[in-house]
Write a protein that binds this ligand. Sequence first.
Ligand code: KG4
Ligand code: ZN
Length: 356
Amino acid sequence: MVNELEEKSYTEEKREKDILILAIESSCDETAAAVVRNGREVLSNIISSQIDLHTLYGGVVPEIASRKHIEKINQVIEQALSEASVSFDEIDAIAVTYGPGLVGALLVGVAEGKAISFATGIPLIGVHHIEGHICANYIEHKELEPPFVSLVVSGGHTHLVKVVDYGVYEILGRTRDDAAGEAFDKVARAIGLGYPGGPKIDKVSKEGNAEAVDFPRPKVGGSDGELDFSFSGLKSAVLNYLNSEKMAGREIVVADVAASFQKAVTDVLTEHSMSALEAYGFRKFAIAGGVASNSALRAAMKEACLERNIEFYYPSPVYCTDNAAMIGVAGYYEYIKGVRSDLTLNAIPNLRLGER
Ligand code: KG4
Ligand code: ZN
């Protein structure tokens, strides 16, 4: 399935014609399509969110997600093409997320990508969702090129990654249990803020005192995993605190609990990221994923990087949460390397970064 050509640079002037990628993303609860030119320019970025639907159930219901993707996907793709003012004839490749994610949700995008590829003869490229998140940074930072360190923090993933080159990744640390976004969502539910928790905790924390409750900054033992994360203990500490306050008849100040929890997560993410940058001698750092839009995390990372004279990159919020533009960027770099998928491409719910 993989065919490497001797092509590394992405520079536009080297290419005789523009490369247009149609990207499809359906790994969780957003049905998305985008058209990306030459890997860095977003011509359209359509996102149909199912958040309102899943809010009723307090989280993503996989069966509902798959069904909604099927309903929306054609419309979202048509809109992406029409907003970019391009037709299938002009598209050089179709990039589709094939993992990791919810299997039923992924299958909708993969089947759609394969069907279009089969019907039109346009080459197909399977893209790793986390790779997409990292590549979101290339959209607004034209000067950013590997190597750099990236922290990917989303609802399903928490990874510290060495971006060695385009498409070449080394995992430096990962969560041993809950993902950072998952912890935000669970804590938000426990303090009555509802789903999706991350943005709600972010907002309410602005009114709270981050020093009010001293939640633990969980560390993972062992020299080989010191850049790993663990958030389930922190989540339990919040639940225990809520219980003990309730038992003691004390009123819970939601904004203080939210801000203190957010500070604990932010501290751990910042400390590990800075340790990784120092240990591996990198001067460039990029954050990615839904939690990367958290205002406290962005501020803490910005300050830590400034102190250490490290270039800090982060995408706009629309490119942090799930979108297809980031898949188009990742797909472009695979395309110019000569990577192609065939019609045996399948959804791989637990696909590892760097694997095909
Ligand atoms: O990247 P994403 O859209 O989907 C996955 O690939 O998982 O990330 C969604 C996660 C959710 O857990 C959501 O609560 C979290 O990102 N999130 C935030 C914020 N915005 C979204 N977490 C903290 N602060 C935010 N502002
Ligand atoms: Zn994601």
